[in-house]
Every structure is written in structure tokens, then in C-alpha cells.
Write a protein that binds this ligand. Structure first.
Ligand code: ATR
Length: 274
């Protein structure tokens, strides 16, 4: 029987997920489909309760429904609970289950390029929006002792640090540089640098120690102005495309029964389309 999966969001035309799941379906010769479904806010709850009857094994949930899915679903894994948002759903024993695979994707991307990131003790996360929650969860899971959250609006960083509790601290973005000498990893979770704009608004990285790793969740362009600046200081960098690719792995395995690989070919295929 053909297995079917989806990505549900509103609007949905920008999603890269059909590209990469389509690549894997072809690569592994799996009889299946992965469709982009426009689902409005009003229609989402009915959709979530009924997708199994339409023959879907599961799918991805994207903006603006990730938090709503978290509120509506009863069967959530640890990552979804910690992050407060769901991006992957599937059916198990007739129940709809939810996960958030962004933290996994973030960690797997760093593992691919600089596995020594796990030796780090202190990380500094820039931004306190939805995207930063998954990153903070990943860092805490990896055993970081100190996760500093630096945000332009410091109140948002404070609230986020408080919601994670131990090992998380907030600071104003303007003060980030003064923490750099003791920082092993810096993550930009803001949209600054998207579409090749400058990195204006992000801190200068010159005080970071030589061993520090700098990563960005923005992947258009692949080399953001922030990563370019890190390279110019001789720091190690990891671009954000791998996070997008790796976060898709657990879902594909759940829906289609095969754990896919993130390869150079997949990366090049997706890059050619973005
Ligand atoms: P998402 O849910 O995708 O993370 P978001 O909730 O809009 O998006 O959060 C965007 C993040 O980028 C926020 O931390 C935001 O800072 P504020 O909380 O102060 O708004 C940050 N951000 C966006 N543009 C910025 C800029 N020009 N300078 C500094 N921070 C910026």
C-alpha cells in the first residue's frame, strides 16, 4: 500500500520539506507520497483529529500550527514537551503522537561537522523566539553547564531562561560580547542575515576563544554575513542547512519505515532548489 505523509501549514508554498522527502522516496524506491497541505487556523483542529482517516501515516506540522499541535495532542515525547511545540506527528496504536525534531536536527548537524561541540560547557544563544527553544533544549541535553540567552528584548530572554530553569541565564544582546571569552559555542537563532543582508544587530565575534564554534540557523544564504565574520576570525563554523535536513530524518523513518541518510547529494539537491 502506498504510504502517504504531509506537511501542514499556512501558507505552505515556501516549505522545503516536500523537496527533501521527495528526494528520499525516490532514492530508496519507496512507494509513497509527501504532500504540502494548506491548512488554515480554523481548520487545523479538525485536520489533526482526522488525518488518519484520509490515509496519511503522519506528517510535519509547520507555522503557524506547531504550538497548537502541542496543546491539542496528548501523546508527546520529551523533546516536544520541553520545546512546547510539535513539528512531527504519526499514528501509533491508533493514537496520534507528536515530537519536535528540531533539537535533534540541530545536534545532528553539529555532530556531522564538528562533533567536538559536545565537549563545550558554555553556549551563547542569540534570540529568544520560537526557534531558540529547540536549540536551548538541544544544548541542555548535550550537557552544557551554562546556556546564555542574549536577546534585543531582554524580557523575552528572561522568560525563556526561567521556563528552562537550571543552567539557563538571560542577558541583553548589547552585552553579549562581554561573555564571549568564556564561550565555546555561539548560535544565531534570529533571522538577521537572511537574504544576504548584513549581520548588523549581531555582536562582533572577535573576543571568542580560538576553539569556539559559530553556527546559524539561517541557511539562505548558506554563508550568512555572521558566519563569514566568524570565518574571518579563523573560528569554526557550521551552516544551518544541515539542521533542516537532519530534522526530517525521524519523521521519514516513522512514516515510511526506512531511516534516511543526510548525504552530500541530498544537500546539493536541496541547495539547487532554494
Ligand atoms: P522565531 O519564532 O522564528 O524565532 P520570532 O519569535 O519573531 O521568530 O523571534 C525572532 C527573534 O529574532 C527574536 O529574538 C528577535 O528579538 P526581539 O525579541 O527583541 O524582537 C530577534 N530579532 C529579529 N530581528 C532582530 C534585529 N534586527 N536585531 C536583534 N534581534 C532581532
Amino acid at each position: 500500500m502506498t504510504k502517504k505523509a504531509f506537511v501542514a501549514g499556512w501558507p505552505i508554498s515556501h516549505s522545503k520539506s516536500p523537496l527533501l522527502h521527495g528526494f528520499w522516496l525516490k532514492e530508496y524506491g519507496i512507494e509513497g507520497s509527501y504532500e504540502a497541505l494548506p491548512v488554515s487556523n480554523e481548520a487545523f483542529e479538525t485536520f489533526l483529529n482526522g488525518f488518519g482517516e484520509s490515509g496519511y501515516s503522519g506528517g510535519n506540522i509547520t507555522i503557524p500550527h506547531k504550538e497548537k499541535a502541542f496543546q491539542l495532542l496528548e501523546n508527546l515525547d520529551e523533546a516536544a514537551k520541553a520545546i512546547g511545540a510539535v513539528n512531527t506527528i504519526w499514528i501509533e496504536e491508533d493514537k496520534v503522537c507528536g515530537s519536535n525534531t528540531d533539537a535533534y536536527g540541530f545536534a545532528a548537524n553539529l555532530d556531522d561537522h564538528h562533533p567536538e561541540w559536545r565537549d563545550g560547557k558554555t553556549a551563547l544563544v542569540i534570540g529568544a523566539g520560537g526557534a531558540s527553544r529547540a536549540i536551548i533544549h538541544a544544548l541542555l541535553q548535550a550537557g552544557f553547564d551554562n546556556v546564555y540567552i542574549a536577546n534585543r528584548t531582554v524580557e523575552r530572554a528572561k522568560a525563556l531562561a526561567k521556563s528552562f530553569g537550571q543552567n539557563c541565564y538571560s542577558l541583553a544582546l548589547a552585552d553579549a560580547c562581554s561573555y564571549f571569552s568564556g564561550t565555546d559555542l555561539v548560535v544565531n537563532t534570529t533571522s538577521i542575515g537572511m537574504k544576504g543582508e548584513t549581520s548588523e544587530g549581531l555582536p562582533d565575534l572577535k573576543e571568542l576563544p580560538n576553539h569556539a564554534i559559530v553556527t546559524d540557523i539561517v541557511y539562505t544564504p548558506l554563508q550568512t554575513p555572521f558566519l563569514k565574520s566568524a570565518n574571518s576570525y579563523g573560528l569554526k563554523t557550521v551552516d544551518g542547512l544541515g539542521m533542516l535536513l537532519h530534522q526530517a530524518v525521524p519523521g521519514f523513518e516513522k512514516w515510511f519505515g526506512h531511516r534516511p541518510a543526510v548525504t552530500k547529494d541530498l544537500r546539493e539537491f536541496v541547495l539547487g532548489e532554494v
